[in-house]
Write a protein that binds this ligand. Structure first.
Ligand code: GLC
Length: 467
């Protein structure tokens, strides 16, 4: 921590200093903690490859290895995000990775996360319909437009155009989808509306990021999302996926969507604080996504809110103010943590007034900035463990981790903290000239990635493969 921050903290009343240092202790992940967590992480990744029902589910994606860069054709893509539906029309020109993307976003109304499945699929097919009209896209029943659907939730796939939702994550809890084939549900909704569209591939956002980034950068080893949720995909040898019953010969490369947000659901290694326990207990899915709830964007702001509320109830921050917004779950977004760490004290005050309607004194701003740093640092350091464990397991010594998501892209210090922690885990010398494994900005996984995967899938079918 910077000297200035330390002296700011020293200006606080002793009781507050004591509490903050206690919180900092609980949130600190030291090098030996990182190593211990990564070791267990590797065990859980291996368990996921071995058997069904492990914490980390290691989903087979039926995406066979990296793209050649020569993939061609025109594809529709659809991405179901947390706040938007994004639809693209992607043209892959097949030469020198040239691509053209037309896109539109449609707002997902607020309550949709807890609506019925029919409402969700209606919204999606209405948006697809609008997109076809707005972009003058034809297609007929004999020549439907191929669609790559990015569905960023854990889905068990028997084939690439199939996926049984294991459980909703990231605060979604739409009824009638868990345990069902989401590809079949979308296909039915498309055919009810008579849209000239054929679902070709169901893709996780991590796999999309991996493939889109490999298309332009052959050194890509992992596609990772550090955003609302937290997860990664990499390429595995089919022969090492012991749980997979398949005729495919060992040596066949296949992308694995790890779904490692569920790491340590049995609570063996992660040092959970009472705030983490609270985030979990009050979530729509208690007991699930333990790792994600300590490290991903959806939850970092909520952890900050819970700590501030705790200190406020003791009269230690925002004293004597009535703050109903601070009592509302999920009022604080990760953007506030980024702003607090990035900005001047004056704009921190403005942000706190806007987000929780609090009038903050100089001391309140110091506390908030300190907590934002402590929470985001723990998150970034934990995020490194998943990637380090994949590298250890696969004996990967160098390459690029193509990362996407709001935390990776918008938090001012995420990447540097992540990189430092990776060096600590992998014992890189302190005086190294460069890092052998680096974090890069992923290419557009849900547009470009889903289109390339659709192209790879159609090519495979044309080559006579049945999976
Ligand atoms: C959650 C989802 C996972 C996704 C990740 C990042 O962990 O379960 O499928 O990849 O968020 O969006």
């Amino acid at each position: 921590m910077e000297e200035r921050r330390r002296s700011d903290l020293a200006s606080l009343v002793p009781e507050l200093q004591g509490q903050l240092s206690d919180i900092e202790q609980q949130f600190t992940i030291r090098t030996d903690d990182l190593k211990r967590i990564t070791e267990r992480f590797e065990e859980e990744l291996r368990e996921g490859l071995e058997k069904h029902g492990a914490n980390i589910s290691m989903h087979a994606t039926w995406v066979f290895g990296h793209p050649t860069g020569q993939e061609k054709g025109q594809y529709l893509t659809l991405d179901l995000g947390g706040t938007n539906l994004r639809v693209c029309w992607v043209t892959l020109k097949g030469e020198g990775n040239e691509v053209d993307v037309e896109e539109s976003s449609y707002l997902l109304p607020d309550g949709v996360k807890s609506e019925s499945a029919d409402t969700l699929w209606d919204l999606i097919t209405d948006s697809l319909d609008r997109f076809l009209q707005e972009h003058h896209l034809g297609g007929d029943p004999d020549h439907p437009l191929p669609l790559g659907f990015t569905f960023s939730y854990p889905a068990d796939q028997d084939r690439i155009d199939h996926g049984k939702l294991k459980t909703w994550t990231k605060g979604f809890h739409i009824k009638g989808v868990e345990g069902r084939d989401v590809a079949a549900q979308l296909r039915d909704a498309i055919s009810k509306k008579n849209l000239p569209i054929e679902l070709v591939a169901l893709v996780n956002d991590t796999t999309g990021a991996l493939i889109a980034s490999s298309y332009t950068d052959p050194d890509t080893i992992i596609g990772a999302i550090f955003g609302t949720g937290c997860n990664a995909a990499y390429v595995e040898d089919v022969g090492s996926i012991q749980k997979l019953k398949t005729q495919l010969p060992p040596g066949t490369p296949m992308a694995i969507n790890c779904e490692y947000g569920a790491f340590d659901n049995s609570h063996r290694v992660l040092p959970r604080t009472k705030y983490d326990v609270d985030v979990d207990a009050t979530s729509s899915k208690p007991g699930e996504q333990t790792f994600e709830k300590m490290s991903a964007g959806l939850y970092l702001g909520e952890i900050l809110r819970l700590i501030l509320l705790d200190l406020h109830d003791q009269g230690l921050v925002f004293p004597a103010q009535h703050l109903p917004r601070l009592r509302e779950p999920y009022t604080i977004d990760t953007a506030l943590l980024s702003a607090l760490e990035n900005e001047s004290p004056t704009s921190s005050k403005a942000q706190l007034a806007e987000v929780v309607s609090a009038q903050s004194s100089e001391e309140d701003s110091i506390v908030c900035r300190h907590l934002a740093e402590v929470i985001a640092t723990r998150g970034a350091r934990l995020c490194t463990c998943g990637v380090a464990a994949i590298c250890r397991m696969k004996n990967i010594r160098s390459g690029h981790v193509a990362a996407d998501g709001s935390v990776a892209n918008k938090h001012p210090k995420f990447k540097i903290r992540w990189a430092n922690a990776l060096g600590e885990i992998l014992d890189w010398p302190a005086d190294r000239e460069h890092d052998p494994i680096t974090i890069t900005s992923a290419e557009d996984g849900s547009g470009l990635g889903a289109a390339i995967i659709s192209a790879m899938t159609l090519q495979r079918k044309m080559d006579g493969h049945c999976t």
